[in-house]
Design a protein around this ligand. Sequence first.
Ligand code: ADP
Length: 407
Amino acid sequence: MTDMDNVLVINAGSSSVKFQLFGIPAHDRLELLVKGQVDGIGTRPRLLARNSEGGTLIDAPLAPAEVATVSAALERALLFLREKTGGKLPSAIGHRVVHGGPDYKEPTVVTDAVLNHLERLAPLAPLHQLNNLAPIRIILARHPGLPQVACFDTAFHRGHPDVADRFAIPDDLHREGVRRYGFHGLSYEYIADRLPKVAPEIATGRVLVAHLGSGASMCALVSGKSVESTMGFTALDGLPMGTRPGQLDPGIVLYLLTEKRMSGSAIQNLLYNECGLKGLSGISNDARILLAEQSPAATFALKYFTYRISLFAGMLAAAMGGIDGFVFTAGIGENAPTVREAVLQRLSWLGAEVDPAANALGGPCISTRKSRIKCYVIPTDEELMIARHTLRVLHEHAPVRREEKRA
Ligand code: ADP
């Protein structure tokens, strides 16, 4: 492998550690070298990695007892990368961190103090935050001088107007952090960055972006800046998702507590793992399976999904004072033409008109020439966004690091 400097991106979740290694061929250029993951942590762990052309570098099962935790999966991924790079350390590591709370408005170099602060935000994202942070803690202990940059899913939304950030609750709760944050920010930031190149006619206008993956949300962009999101305090709000219900009457949680006598952890498990497409269909959380299945339950789950997307589209259009463009992204948004078509048909009252042939081919533009709303499919790339942030932060801190070396 090439001996140019590189940046490593880590996205650690509860059942997988995804990683991408980028070379830095010139000051501000990034080039994907390796993309991989250890998934099936604790159940059927597997290490898979590909080169930039998609060629398989490794695809091997791992011993479940040896890869039972996120930390063990990270160790295995780092070992693989050390072998590939001849032991060369990356110049910096960028991490996806789901929650930055009210204070972190941009990518941040992680110190012990920052890490302690971020760990205290764990209750705001119980299934994600500590898994995201575990690799940072391990690498910080081993290589304290290696810059690590936390890139937050909340940061892109921190410029929301006050009225968008509030719940109608007493002010002391708001001040302690119970507010609407919004998530998938790295994805939306990447899309906002792509718009001037892919869809210049709407880039400075009012664009609704639907990130439809196993997690799903929508973001209202005005001139490339987020002004509103369907997600709120946690990644449970807004659209129905693979296993999460999306917007729910809070009275349901009270009912589960008081009438059904469910514990907090049982309710948490229900809301994070048993609802959404999985709960609705009783079949699967995976849209591919539901699209292939065509049973009444699968059809209903998908109809509910597209119905809710169209309802929230009306809400976000109101936040923007109108709508000029609609962008689909992430696993379902990029790959499911029937979902896109069903959503856009429901938005015909706003002036959306889908071009069936372009939609079947995946765009990028999928609306007719006379459609008042320009509709696009734009693949997202959160890892590249993290790598860019990390490189920029690395450059900003380079003079400091040179001083430190001299001292
Ligand atoms: P995440 O990164 O949140 O896990 P992705 O953006 O990779 O999610 O999206 C994953 C989801 O995308 C899968 O659960 C699946 O439902 C959906 N998906 C992937 N490929 C297709 C496809 N060809 N058709 C429909 N849905 C798809």
